[in-house]
Write a protein that binds this ligand. Structure first.
Ligand code: NCD
Length: 331
């Protein structure tokens, strides 16, 4: 696999614990398994109606979104509150390209607010890593999506969802369909699925939306979704990232749906229990049929719910509060 230019050892402390969460690359399976297991314990606590844990009491979390988001922002916000942190949400209009210098200025201003944890979403690849390089010791940075580079918490909640249904990851064939070229989600998913030894990751989509040399990421490239669906255990639809497309890369939505839409008919080509996933937001009738999106094999809403537990886990671990400390606060 090609080296990720934004991944480095910033993410892990010398004692092997998680410091920042910027990309899947640079993290190992043991550490990421700890994230999943911690998330399981948080999810179990919320099943038992434990609404709040005191792990981040006295800490301030700053949600910094330079791009729109519903699910990701809300679940990060809720995750921080469930851990008893104080949360500040900042939506920043990034319509004018933000350059390194001004990002640093923003960071310094925000630092003056003495936050302990920054959650950042930004249209520029490498923005979260840039923050991580400049924050003081003890402050953590979590990447909530940077350009088309990475969206590691989404990949972790997807893996968490898959593992829940199919712990036999080594047997699974996973199909990723759609706009891989512009998808930070796909990039992080491919990395994590390969790291966890999934049997085969297949990628399929219009040639204009598949990055050249995608096979070097450890995937099998298909040109037909029907072919890719054969024996699939999981199919993941991606959103067409129109805001990142330069020029007409798509002929028409109708043609896209005909060739790459996840339909009930296509699902019959896969294994009987094949999971249907999508990070959202979905374009119904283009990327996926409503019948499938709302059907029994869909995990779309479960993914959102799991995002809460996974983000709580990542926040707690970067703040040095592991599952052993996950005691109930009685609130
Ligand atoms: C993804 C994102 O923003 O990268 N969505 C999400 O996090 N829920 C995927 C997308 O926007 O297509």
């Amino acid at each position: 696999m090609k080296r990720d230019p934004y991944a480095n050892n910033l993410q892990v402390r010398p004692d092997g614990t998680l410091r920042h969460f910027l990309s899947i690359e640079g993290l190992d399976q043991a550490l990421l398994t700890r994230v999943l297991d911690t998330a399981e314990s948080f999810d179990a606590a919320s099943q038992k109606n434990v609404r709040k844990l005191p792990l981040l009491r006295g800490k301030t979390v700053l949600n910094l979104f330079f791009e729109p988001s519903t699910r990701t922002r809300t679940t990060f916000d809720l995750a921080a509150r469930r851990l008893s942190a104080d949360v500040v949400n900042l939506d920043i209009n990034a319509s004018s390209a933000v350059k390194g210098e001004s990002l640093l200025d923003t960071l310094r201003t925000l630092e003056a607010m003495r936050s302990d944890l920054f959650v950042i979403r930004h249209p520029q690849a490498g923005a979260a890593e840039f923050f991580a390089r400049h924050v003081p010791e003890g402050v953590a940075v979590l990447n909530a999506g940077d350009g088309r580079h990475a969206h590691p918490t989404q990949a972790m909640l997807d893996l968490f969802t898959i593992r829940r249904h199919r712990p036999d990851l080594e047997n699974l064939v996973v199909v990723i369909v759609g706009d891989v070229a512009h998808s930070r989600v796909a990039r992080s998913q491919i990395q994590v699925l390969n790291l966890f030894g999934v049997r085969q990751v297949r990628v399929v989509g219009p040639a204009t939306l598949i990055p050249s040399g995608v096979e070097q990421m450890g995937v099998h490239l298909y040109s037909s979704l029907d072919d890719a669906m054969v024996d699939a255990d999981v199919v993941i639809g991606l959103r067409l990232q129109k805001e990142r497309m330069r020029g007409p890369l798509l002929t028409s939505s109708e043609e896209y749906y005909q060739r790459y839409g996840i339909t009930a008919k296509r699902l019959t080509l896969a294994r009987p229990e094949c999971l249907v996933m999508h990070p959202g937001p979905m374009n119904r009738g283009i990327e996926i049929d409503s019948e499938v999106a709302d059907g029994p094999q869909s995990t779309v809403l479960e993914q959102v719910r799991n995002g809460l537990a996974v983000r709580m886990a990542i926040m707690a671990l970067t703040m040095g509060a592991g599952p052993g400390l996950a005691t109930e606060s009685g609130q």
